[in-house]
Design a protein around this ligand. Structure first.
Ligand SMILES: Nc1nc2c(ncn2[C@@H]2O[C@H](COP(=O)(O)OP(=O)(O)OP(=O)(O)O)[C@@H](O)[C@H]2O)c(=O)[nH]1
Length: 342
């Protein structure tokens, strides 16, 4: 395939800051293909979102998945890939497309020390067998860290270059030469300049992704969203904030247990969920680290986790966090099982 011909997606003209056709004169557009074309066929496949920290992967994932974040913890744990989100777009005739997004652990966390050893292996494992990779960078920029991530990608899997945060690029004229430069670096299937914060761009990206997913029956029900999965999501979000805000010092064996997950009736709010979670660490020193000076860090973990959960679950969330020391728990198989890791 000619790489120039394959430059595809452009962000929406009114969307990510008002670019128009004149501004990307030599960047051809893809033909618009409607999502869920309406022939009753089902498409389904795995999509990995990778990129260095802070390029907007989480923002993009949340936007692609929409409100119905769906973590199917049980099923997911039994497969090689861990599912972070599912989006099903129906065609009204029993068909449509199910986009299954998978986690790429090495890039989702800044806790690099603990992961470094197995980083390459983990990431390769996560990417292996997916139908499509979205390689996210900031539009107009390509750093050493981007190159490092890119070097882990296999040429065999179709990969889209997601040039995110297009809304922050003021000199649009520089994007076309940059795209050409990017096309030298990897055999990208398509280029998608966009903003993860622009719903129209996200919709367009789904349309592009759809073409890479095979025709096969959906793996999950159309609206998969169980109490269990939200509970799992809660523990994952707290865990992510925990590692993000403690940096590299906290051992990776620390975990989060959801003690309470209750939906309550509320006149004020559409949905209201009360969650109590315990962060289990191995030593007193780790506990102090998590709590921070005057409880400052624990408070921040709680606030950030609550805010994210409110967005993901579309609910008012009350989150109570505790920290417990349970020395050596990671070695105790029975206990590990009782925490839900099997
Ligand atoms: N202006 C603008 N900001 C964006 C866009 N997408 C993401 N951001 C912002 O970029 C920052 C990082 O976004 P995240 O989604 O957390 O990035 P990430 O790649 O998941 O980061 P890590 O979890 O650290 O790997 C946040 O402040 C987002 O609000 C975009 O399209 N435009």
């Amino acid at each position: 395939m000619n790489a120039t011909d394959s430059i595809a997606g452009r962000a929406d003209p009114e969307g990510a800051g008002g670019q128009n056709d004149q501004e990307f004169p030599d960047v051809p557009q893809t033909v618009d293909v409607g999502v869920a074309a309406g022939d009753g066929a089902q498409r389904c496949g795995l999509i990995a979102i990778v990129g260095k920290p802070n390029v907007g992967k989480s923002t993009l994932l949340n936007a692609l998945v929409g409100q119905k974040i769906s973590i199917t913890s049980r099923k997911a744990q039994t497969t090689r890939h861990r599912i972070t989100g599912i989006r099903t777009l129906t065609d009204g005739q029993g068909g449509g497309t199910q986009f299954v997004f998978v986690d790429t652990p090495g890039f989702q966390t800044k806790h690099s020390a603990a992961l470094n050893k197995s980083l390459n292996k983990t990431v390769m494992g996560a990417i292996d067998g997916v139908d499509l990779v979205l390689f996210v960078v900031e539009a107009g920029s390509f750093t050493l860290a981007d190159a490092k991530v890119l070097s882990l990608l296999k040429p065999g899997t179709p990969t889209l270059l997601i040039a995110n945060k297009l809304d922050t690029v003021h000199r649009r004229a520089e994007i076309a030469p940059w795209l050409r430069d990017m096309q030298e670096r990897h055999p990208f299937a398509e280029f998608v300049p966009m903003s993860a914060k622009n719903p129209k761009d996200v919709q367009r990206l789904l349309q592009i992704c759809e073409q890479y997913l095979p025709v096969q029956p959906w793996w999950y029900s159309e609206d998969e969203l169980t109490d269990r999965s939200e509970k799992f999501l809660a523990s994952e979000v707290v865990r992510e904030k925990l590692f993000r805000l403690t940096g590299d010092e906290l051992p990776y064996t620390s975990t989060v247990i959801i003690e309470k997950f209750e939906e309550e009736k509320s006149k004020q709010h559409n949905r209201m969920v009360r969650i109590a979670a315990t962060i289990v660490v191995e030593r007193d020193g780790h506990k102090a680290m998590v709590i921070g000076d005057k409880g400052e860090r624990l408070k921040r973990i709680g606030t950030e986790a609550r805010q994210e959960l409110e967005k993901l679950m579309d609910a008012k969330v009350f989150l109570e966090l505790w920290v417990k020391v349970r020395s050596g728990w990671a070695d105790d198989e029975a206990r590990v099982r009782s925490f839900g890791y099997e």
